[in-house]
Design a binder for this molecule. Structure first.
Ligand SMILES: O=P(O)(O)OC[C@H]1O[C@H](OP(=O)(O)OP(=O)(O)O)[C@H](O)[C@@H]1O
Ligand SMILES: Nc1nc2[nH]cnc2c(=O)[nH]1
Ligand SMILES: [Mg+2]
Length: 160
């Protein structure tokens, strides 16, 4: 279980997606982009815009934690991407690498890129922007909301 949190703001996410797009430019042009839903949708939209790709497919994988039985399952197949040749797969992050492994099996010829990578999942990516420690949980902008924090002085007064 994660013991630390890394908060990613919309600005950081946009900046990191543009950095990834820039690194991907020399590897293209790509026929299209496959977003790994749902976390890959927004990064894929930013990257498809930068790379001028109008063909955007999706793949959806449901994974289960260790307590639950069952294999990770593709519940939406990327029909337009064939075996992945000429396609770019985008996800927000790789953690254990379970999702990336099943996506790569389905699209063996695609390039797989993501914004953030933890050490266990890193070998399954062709490209990523920032490495995150394994014990850190990444909080994406869609996972969080700004919260009121009382001033320190008020907190100190309540405690005295
Ligand atoms: O490397 P892994 O251990 O497989 O973890 C990484 C995956 O987990 C998250 O997706 P999640 O399955 O939570 O679904 P979501 O994208 O719909 O939020 C994240 O968006 C990656 O796709
Ligand atoms: N939001 C989020 N989802 C995940 N799924 C697997 N690892 C992570 C993580 O660090 N953050
Ligand atoms: Mg996901």
């Amino acid at each position: 279980m994660a013991t630390n949190y890394a908060t990613v703001t919309w600005d950081q996410l946009h900046r990191d997606a543009r950095i990834l797009a820039e690194t991907l430019m020399p590897k293209g042009p790509f026929r299209g982009v496959v977003a790994v839903t749902r976390g890959g949708l927004i990064p894929a939209a930013i990257i498809a815009r930068e790379l001028d790709c109008r063909l955007v497919e999706t793949i959806s994988v449901v994974t289960y934690d260790e307590q639950e039985r069952g294999e990770p399952k593709i519940i939406k197949s990327p029909e337009a991407a064939g075996d992945g040749e000429g396609f770019l797969v985008i996800d927000d992050l790789v953690d254990s690498g379970v999702t990336a492994r099943i996506v790569r099996e389905r699209l063996p010829k695609a390039t797989f890129a993501c914004l953030y990578a933890k050490p266990s999942g890193k070998p399954l990516t062709d490209l990523f922007v920032v490495e995150v420690p394994q014990d850190t949980w990444v909080l994406f902008p869609w996972d969080t909301a700004p919260l009121f924090i009382p001033p320190l002085a008020r907190k100190a007064a309540q405690e005295s």
